[in-house]
Ligand binder design. Structure first.
Ligand SMILES: [Zn+2]
Length: 292
């Protein structure tokens, strides 16, 4: 079976991956550190670094035209260096017809709102990514409200992590990371108080998929993606909602390099969603959300 039946042979690649990390040491070794090694050991993932040339080639081969490249700054909570916003912008500039760059700011740093402004106004980055478990913060805490207001005023979308994390998995104390910060209910507060903030909850938010589906249904400004999980392991109710009620709100994402696009797209094709729904999930919803 071809990875994507909905693309004709003569079609230009059009699929959008909303969730892509650097396959380089900047993410896997420097920012990831010990907690990333735990994840790799636990799940047998291949943590070998790779080049952006190979990434783009691999993506183009399966019909992907665009990937959102995510920054990472969990320095205060983990002690690991960030994947700096300047680096994300530099890679985006090198592959500007392929990557959309999303910044990361550390909500526990005093200058996070200023850095958010700089990332959009000076670096021309297109949105933000937060990983509340690695960054060790509760997004619903009023102390972060200035940051959400700043991003809302900047008029760019934000990706929040959803659900448990594989980072630190199996280590004593999970390397001190707290799973509760991945509960999507904490994002519901942010969405309610910032109705102009466009929010994408990344991943089926195990073990809170039902909460996530409820929020995506109730909040016009909240979306979700299917990244981080191979389709075969995604909760049945999530797949049912993606096919029906939430077909305008669910997007494709990989969580590269932890998951490669080709096997993901092959498994997704096996689900045999209606073609119009596949098109929405694989690119139309993302094109709208990212204003491509
Ligand atoms: Zn990720």
């Amino acid at each position: 079976m071809a990875p994507v039946d909905v693309l004709d042979d003569e079609d230009e690649p059009r699929i959008v991956d909303t969730h892509c990390h650097q396959p380089t040491e900047e993410f896997l070794n420097d920012a990831g550190g010990q907690m990333m090694e735990d994840a790799a050991n636990k799940f047998g993932a291949d943590m070998e670094t790779d080049t952006y040339e190979n990434l783009v080639e691999e993506y183009h081969e399966v019909g992907i035209s665009t990937a959102v490249l995510l920054g990472w700054d969990a320095e205060t909570n983990t002690g690991n260096p960030p994947v700096p916003n300047d680096y994300v912008a530099e890679i985006r500039d090198q592959y500007d017809d392929f990557f959309v760059g999303f910044a990361s700011v550390d909500p526990l740093k005093d200058d996070c709102a200023q850095e958010a402004e700089r990332a959009v106004k000076d670096l021309d980055l297109s949105g933000f990514k937060f990983q509340q478990i690695a960054q060790g913060f509760d997004p619903s805490d009023p102390e972060h409200d200035e940051l959400w207001t700043t991003i809302e005023d900047l008029g760019v979308p934000v990706v929040f992590h959803g659900g448990n994390s594989t980072l630190g998995a199996g280590a004593p104390g999970g390397r001190g990371l707290k799973v509760k910060h991945g509960n999507p209910m904490l994002i519901d507060d942010v969405a309610a108080e910032h109705p102009d903030l466009q929010i994408l909850i990344a991943h089926p938010a195990f073990p809170w998929e039902k909460e996530q589906l409820a929020i995506c249904q109730q909040k016009g400004n909240v979306y979700m993606d299917l990244s981080g999980w191979m389709p075969r392991y995604i909760d049945d109710q999530v797949l049912h909602y993606a096919k029906t009620l939430l077909q305008d709100k669910v997007m494709f994402g990989t969580d590269y390099p932890m998951i490669d696009p080709k096997p993901w797209l092959e498994q997704f094709a096996e689900l045999e969603f209606p073609e119009e729904v596949q098109r929405k999930i694989l690119w139309e919803n993302a094109e709208q959300f990212l204003d491509l």
